[in-house]
Design a binder for this molecule. Sequence first.
Ligand SMILES: Cc1cc2nc3c(=O)[nH]c(=O)nc-3n(C[C@H](O)[C@H](O)[C@H](O)COP(=O)(O)OP(=O)(O)OC[C@H]3O[C@@H](n4cnc5c(N)ncnc54)[C@H](O)[C@@H]3O)c2cc1C
Ligand SMILES: Cc1cc2nc3c(=O)[nH]c(=O)nc-3n(C[C@H](O)[C@H](O)[C@H](O)COP(=O)(O)O)c2cc1C
Length: 588
Amino acid sequence: MPTSIPEIPENAPFSAEQRAWLKNYLSELVSKLGPAALPSNTAGKPRALFFYGSQSGNAQALSEGYVEIMNGDGWAAEAVSMEDHAKVDLKHEPLILVITSTWGEGDPPDTAVEFWDKFKSDGQSKLPNSRFSVLALGDTNYADFCEMGKLMDARLEELGAKRIAPRIDCDVDYEEPAEEWFRVVTSKLDEIGKEVFTTTVTASRESAEVESTEDLPFGKKNPFPSALKYRYRLNLDPSPRDTRHLELDLEGSGLEYEVGDAVATYPLNDPALVDEVLAALPFNTAVSIQTKDKKKLPLRDALMESFDIRTVTKAILKKWAALTCHPYLHAVIEDDAEVAKILDGIEIIDLLYDFPADFKSGQDFVDLLRRLTPRLYSIASSPKKHPNEVHLTVAKVTYETKGRVRKGVASTFLCEGMGEGDTVRVFMQPTKHFKLPTDLSKDVIMVGPGTGIAPFRAFLEEREVTKATGRNWLFFGNPHEATDYFYKKEFDAMQESGVLTKLDLAWSRDQKHKIYVQDKIRENSEEIWNWLENGAHFYVCGDAKYMAPDVERALLESIRKFGGMDDEGATAYLKKLKDEHRYQRDVY
Ligand SMILES: Cc1cc2nc3c(=O)[nH]c(=O)nc-3n(C[C@H](O)[C@H](O)[C@H](O)COP(=O)(O)OP(=O)(O)OC[C@H]3O[C@@H](n4cnc5c(N)ncnc54)[C@H](O)[C@@H]3O)c2cc1C
Ligand SMILES: Cc1cc2nc3c(=O)[nH]c(=O)nc-3n(C[C@H](O)[C@H](O)[C@H](O)COP(=O)(O)O)c2cc1C
């Protein structure tokens, strides 16, 4: 039965230090009871459910942040992932605040697929006693912008729940609109009156299963420490790029995956940056702090593994402004244009140097930071060919802003931070929208320039092992053939053995004019049309911003030209391919 943190009696025979240790221990114990553990002292308080659908952690982080704020304001708020939908009974929830992202092509995040299937079905109970509002996270680079939030919003209304504040759809810079949504929601709640939402805690939650991470199998809630078995650089000198092939050990993890899935990794921050941040802090840093998961850790460990020590958002800058005496930051903090200029290319370490702030403690400082979120990587191996291993193709992110070299957290950790034998915590992220045809006789066309090649190495290995009779056509591209031809030997061998039926390569910088995979698609448009008409599946992986839309345009041109269609006809043809799961993209 869930419980609140027990009070330590005043007369208990403990020193202040022992008392603090015990309090922390008990708090950790209670927090380990998991999301089902609504403290018993919440009965009689207004109840709010933040029900989130999140894949890479944004919606989760927002939900958890808002829960903290509302609980500080006397609510019994709780953040529950749609993945754990069985732990809540929506018809007993007086206030449902949905925060959800959209994935794939207008699809729910994978953690919300099961819930959404149930929620949209006819059997779903009506929700006449619930009030709701939806915050939708998305990216305008995708055609189905914030689709999942829109669908949730409409479905909640259809089920009779009353909307208390309009849905807000957020683009990649979601923090400010999210804050606005939360502000509107909370002011609406003030108008309605908290007492309307006061209920006793629902029975379903109290009887829900209590989990501690130690008892859990390895997975999202208990990531597996996977050792690096082997790594090599895929680019050759003198390429300035650094993309690595990694082989991680899954032996004993019980983790399973299919080709098309991704691995989520929890990186560690760069130790040199952590030490620089510590040195710039204005207080004794040999302290322990509480992480967002309510774990007590020495500050250095927490900065290594739990907090995003790079990102500065507008919300962080505003909080920072309240803690610094810096006259310039004070003067411009309400000026959006100036704030945008400050935020451009800045990181936490720059704030520490440029706008020294009066943090009283380590906790003050970390409370300002975002949680370090897992990064996803497309799986580059077939489990049938490499049992107990998972392979990745990771491009190291390095760039310069404000005269400083900046390093992507996860890619740097995976490519150079961890050594062979070191571990990285991982879990599998199944992808429902990126799957090989089950009918092995079907042809597949794969377009994967750069790191987009990863899932197609896995697809080809899988097709080899399963002896698929369908043909396999790969489009790959990168700047230079001599230095950037990833997996050349493997693809040569696959061509020789007949697994790789056709290979088209686009080396963008080997000649004066740039050649990209979309150009290769145009060159081959008649044959592509013929393959499609023969039932082929068409896959795209890699860059979402430029490559994927360009490839789609080239594909539509082939359909128009050789299918004898106008624009509308070609779009309808492509939509049909999508509906039949024959046009699938995994772009990021
Ligand atoms: C489904 C999926 C599959 C993926 N598969 C792969 C894969 O197979 N291989 C792979 O390498 N990656 C893959 N990614 C991307 C990967 O998840 C990470 O986003 C990537 O490695 C960067 O993470 P990081 O922690 O190193 O960088 P972060 O610390 O997250 O830093 C990246 C951030 O730095 C900033 N930035 C980057 N470049 C610049 C610049 N030039 N100027 C200014 N700012 C900049 C941007 O704000 C960017 O968001 C995939 C992503 C998804 C969603
Ligand atoms: C592979 C991929 C597919 C995506 N598909 C969509 C989409 O179809 N529509 C959309 O609005 N946003 C899309 N997004 C953007 C995410 O919804 C956005 O990054 C969101 O902030 C993620 O929130 P989360 O971390 O809570 O999952 C996609 C992002 C990725 C990486």
